[in-house]
Design a protein around this ligand. Structure first.
Ligand code: FES
Length: 165
């Protein structure tokens, strides 16, 4: 197999090592694994993990930053019910307010199979696909089949505006 960029069936070019259809979540997980692999290498572990980690980190994960709505005002604080939350499908984020003035935010992508979570009620963020539920306080799993917490997102409150950091 020749090295360098590969042209795919649709005519687009892809960086070597990048996998078609790879999700942002996959990239983030890959980045985490790369960190672990780097640690293992520092401790004299095998170099097998370095190749995979290196290609993950170099496959252009920053391109989607703006598409997530980073830096944009998502909502006014008053739109987020105390003890509940709201799903922002365009920004793929769910913002909750477990207590008055305390805001939490998570990726709206379910960690089970990637559906968008659909609602917030009863202190949980709920996925309509297979029934997973996540705590509004920390995104941890309350009800399987998901077995990983929702990924945390950072929001700031500026005046009355909730901003995605
Ligand atoms: S994708 Fe959310 S529960 Fe399966």
């Amino acid at each position: 197999m020749p090295q360098g960029s590969e042209t795919q069936a649709d005519g687009t070019e892809q960086a070597p090592g990048a996998e078609p259809g790879r999700t942002r979540r996959g990239l983030l997980i890959g980045a985490g694994i790369a960190g672990v692999a780097g640690l293992a290498a520092a401790c004299g572990g095998s170099g097998d993990g370095d190749d995979a980690g290196g290609s993950d980190a170099g496959s252009g994960s920053s391109a989607g930053g703006g598409a997530d709505g980073s830096g944009a005002a998502l909502a006014s604080a008053g739109e987020i019910p105390v003890g509940g939350g709201k799903v922002f499908e365009d920004a793929k984020v769910v913002v909750c307010q477990p207590r008055q003035g305390q805001f939490t935010a998570f990726s709206a992508t379910c960690t089970h199979r990637g559906c968008s979570v659909g609602s917030v009620s009863g202190g949980t963020i709920n996925c309509p696909c297979h029934g997973s539920k996540f705590k509004i306080t920390d995104g941890s799993v309350v009800n399987p089949p998901a077995d990983e917490p929702l990924k945390a997102r950072k929001v700031t409150v500026q005046g009355d505006k909730i901003m995605l950091a």
